[in-house]
Design a protein around this ligand. Sequence first.
Ligand code: SF4
Length: 370
Amino acid sequence: MFWERGFRDPHLVKRIIEKIREAAPKRDVVKICHVCGTHEWVISHYGIRSLLPETVDVVAGPGCPVCVTPAAEVDEAIEAALRGAVLACFGDVIRVPGSNMSPMEAKVKGAEVRVVYSVTDAVKMAEREPNKDFVFFAIGFETTAPSTAAEILKGSPRNLSFLVSHRLIPPVMELMLGIGDLQIDAFIAPGHVSTIIGLEPYEIFPKAYRMPTIIAGFEPVDVLLAIYMALKQIRDGRAALENEYNRAVRREGNVRAKDLMRRVFNVVGGSWRGIGRVPDSTLTLREEYAKYDAREKYGIKILSGRDVRPGCQCHLVIVGKIKPTECPLFMRACTPQKPVGPCMVGIEGTCRIWAVTRQQLSRGNRFEEG
Ligand code: SF4
């Protein structure tokens, strides 16, 4: 059944849609930007955009960690593997394009690349095979960085090092407000990142930028409610931080997880694929953990790479400037089976989500994935 009970209750959904129609502007279009692959999945798979008035445009921002990892860092991971390390990475990372090849293509050339579900899998592998050197490609936002930090603090095996590529969401949200032609009217902030960081990092948006900001959960009702809350603020000329996902997100966030990150990582400026340099948005290992740093261990530091392949529009999709269907390669030269850009690779990538939704709809099976 399409809309189930509770957070998918069709009657509740209908009532919220009515409220959205009442609150939506009659003429001018408002742009609401979310920054989360899971939100995009919910919006696409439940057809939420088709339920909204034409004056409400919900766009996807840089909420896919695999999509925003710069080619130079993928190149570093591949380089470590080509120098003899076993590269341990998440399943979707294996196909993400670097400047010249993906980890999968490096594997074909003889590099040892293994898929893991978590950093703990990489630790177990390293413990089981003490004669091999492992590199864990640590990609992800504030949700995955604490588990990397926890393993490092526990004292990882000496044959495991980390290629840290973690990124932080609020700094990139702030940068997006400086992209003149984006003209965002409200943010929907990612629920799972918010369970870690709490409310405080978002306070800058309503205070300094007069930007309505709603933290939202991941059920259709959560997303619809967040859209309604944003529209109400826009209609009333207000800008506030509101927490729709208060059943999971506390004001202070996850204090222990934040402490783990603070103890292991420094926050520095860094590059995001398709976006460029974002101040205070990436994590590096603190000096006392330099022995776990794969870049130090293998003497690898690649400063720039080829982020965008010819014809690929990922740099525009990533910031919500265009929709995947506006890329000429979408579902022609670029498909989930044969991706060209990172947005078609990452399971949270907007192009991939749109493509999989289309494929499922064309097979008459709307909800087989996710
Ligand atoms: S359809 Fe493919 S090439 Fe086009 S923007 Fe998306 S990932 Fe990039």
